[in-house]
Design a protein around this ligand. Structure first.
Ligand code: 1HA
Length: 270
């Protein structure tokens, strides 16, 4: 594929091809562990992908074929979080998780090799996951002194069930691609050399679908789980659709023209 660079970063690649934005962690020497800077760069790229009208789907991945992401970089873990160049400890990957759930475009995790710890949670919060046969999944928190009790626990449990989610966290075992497929943790498993082809093919298929329908579906799936924030997202999309209607435009026009709005001509559907 002829990926073109959308913006240069230090710890990630941010590329574009045929309606697809690809955000790729580029720290293969540490199995794509993330620092606060990696996460800030991913956050910015995710926001740029959201705002870019040419982007209809986002691929999240890691460079090198041996790891998707191995979680927070333990070598910069300090007192209260992961410490960046500004010496401030952060858990900013939690904000990135929210962005992945909020962006009104499908986000698809493309997993080769390790998806571990906070890196596992990143694929969990993506809408879809395509895994290579060499993919390995697991949480390590209770082994290394951490836990993610947010989406990493509750959303994981929605995906694989309560018993399995507790097993994954309490035992800190690792699961291969076939086991992940069996527990519904990933959507598809393909040979490593077909991983990008299969992921791009799914993106291209989604790009042929109605973007508003996909947007409404993503908001609807979120709404059930995200409480008032989920309803706010779905309701915001309803407002977007309402703003497109003549009925809503009549209200605005009447205000600007300093007259009473006339809504009588608009249908009252049964
Ligand atoms: O839980 C959270 C959070 C919770 C709430 C809010 C925010 C959170 C943010 C983050 C996290 C976490 O991510 S906690 C979990 C952190 N991650 C881990 O515990 C995984 C650590 N890595 C491993 O267990 C293993 O590396 C591995 C099972 C993924 C692969 O093992 P393997 O194939 O034997 O490779 P290994 O030799 O261990 O790794 C290759 C190199 O990458 C090593 O460096 P080298 O000895 O060559 O210099 C290794 O140290 C480095 N590396 C791997 N993972 C990490 C790492 N370096 C720093 N941080 C890592 N996470």
């Amino acid at each position: 594929y002829n990926w073109t660079t959308l913006k240069e970063y230090k710890e990630i690649l941010f590329q574009f091809y045929n309606g697809i934005a690809k955000i790729s962690i580029n720290r293969p020497q540490v199995h794509n562990a993330f620092t606060p800077r990696t996460v800030m760069e991913m956050s910015e790229a995710m926001e740029l992908a959201r705002q870019n009208p040419d982007v209809g789907a986002v691929i999240l991945t890691g460079e090198g074929g041996k790891a998707f992401c191995s979680g927070g970089d333990q070598s910069v873990r300090g007192h209260g979080g992961y410490v960046g160049e500004d010496t401030v400890p952060r858990l900013n990957v939690l904000d990135l998780q929210m962005q992945i759930r909020r962006i009104p475009k499908p986000v698809i995790a493309m997993v080769a090799g390790w998806a571990i710890g906070g890196g596992h949670v990143l694929h969990v919060v993506c809408d879809l996951t395509v895994a290579a046969e060499n993919a390995r999944f697991g949480q390590t928190g209770p082994k290394v002194g951490s836990f993610d009790g947010g989406f990493g626990a509750s959303y994981l449990a929605r995906i694989v069930g309560q018993k399995k989610a507790r097993e994954i966290w309490f035992l800190c075992d690792q699961y291969d691609a076939q086991e992940a497929l069996q527990m519904g943790l990933v959507n598809k498993v393909v040979p490593l050399e077909q991983l990008e082809e299969a992921t791009v093919a799914w993106c291209e298929k989604m790009l042929e679908r109605s973007p508003l329908a996909l947007r409404m579906l993503k908001a609807s799936f979120n709404a059930e789980l995200d409480g008032q924030a989920g309803i706010q997202q779905l309701a915001g999309d309803a407002t977007l659709l309402y703003y497109l209607s003549d009925e809503a435009k009549e209200g605005k026009n009447a205000f600007l023209e300093k007259r009473k709005p006339d809504f009588t001509q608009y249908p009252k559907f049964p």
